[in-house]
Design a protein around this ligand. Structure first.
Ligand code: 6PG
Length: 243
């Protein structure tokens, strides 16, 4: 299986513009081929610029797009820390996107309940799946510590090979997160990482050029069974790659 593709762009805006075109092309291809486009949104800050461009850019098949989330904080949807709130504000303000096509993780529930509830939701969205649901596209970010989604270094969910969604205790934040597990992320047809900023340079180098175990650099665990992985990064994040 070919390794990840790396594209180094000049700025966050260039990354967002390129990613929006990427999503657009895959959305129409999936919607035209299979009648729907299943997309797992990433949280954090970087994707905000992408979501805004998706909302304002070339029209997407909004009514045939199923918006899910790769992870969520254990907070209510109106919390400033909520990934669902960030996406709703940046993306789903669109008239075309009725709320029924956006499946948020219910971060307001106790973490284990939220994980079980979301797995139930995914099983209705991917009926008949006997292994793991294959999203058409999974968007991911990269933390300075090498985490992705809410799969943090040395956290329990890293080794979960059975559940689709896990409640994951994150020691550094002394809180739970809810996250898709590696088997689901790796069942995707495509994974697109958006990595911007000099604070990501060390982690990006560790992911693309290092040999550390997944326990230390969880993003190294994103190796789709048959899907493609692409990193869209800015020059600052790529600074460690040329050495
Ligand atoms: C989250 C994300 C997380 C994020 C990275 C990068 O819930 O925060 O899922 O994995 O993608 O922490 O975050 P930034 O894009 O804000 O740097």
């Amino acid at each position: 299986m070919a390794g990840p593709t790396l594209r180094v762009l000049d700025s966050l805006d260039a990354v967002a513009r390129t990613a929006a075109q990427w999503v657009h092309d895959r959305a129409w291809a999936a919607a035209n081929a299979r009648g729907r486009f299943t997309l797992a949104l990433s949280g954090g800050n970087t994707p905000r610029a992408l979501y805004r461009r998706m909302a304002d850019g070339p029209r997407l098949p909004w009514d045939r797009t199923v918006f899910c989330f790769g992870d969520e904080r254990n907070v209510p949807p109106d919390s400033p820390d909520s990934n669902a709130r960030m996406a709703r504000e940046a993306l789903t303000g669109q008239p075309f996107v009725n709320q029924s096509s956006v499946y948020r993780i219910k971060g307001e529930l106790p973490a284990e309940e939220a994980a079980a509830d979301y797995e139930k939701t995914l099983r209705t969205l991917f009926p008949g799946t006997t292994t793991f649901p294959g999203f058409d596209l999974v968007l991911l970010g990269l933390g300075p510590d090498g985490h992705t989604a809410s799969l943090f270094p040395h956290s329990a969910a890293l080794v979960d090979r059975t559940r689709w969604v896990a409640a994951n205790w994150v020691e550094k934040f002394r809180t739970h997160r809810i996250t898709l597990t590696f088997p689901v992320l790796n069942a995707a047809a495509e994974v697109l990482f958006l990595v911007v900023g000099e604070d990501k340079a060390w982690a990006l180098k560790e992911v693309l050029k290092g040999t550390a175990p997944v326990a230390e650099i969880p993003a190294r665990g994103i190796v789709p069974t048959s899907g493609k992985v692409t990193f869209l990064v800015d020059r600052a994040a790529a600074a460690g790659l040329s050495t």
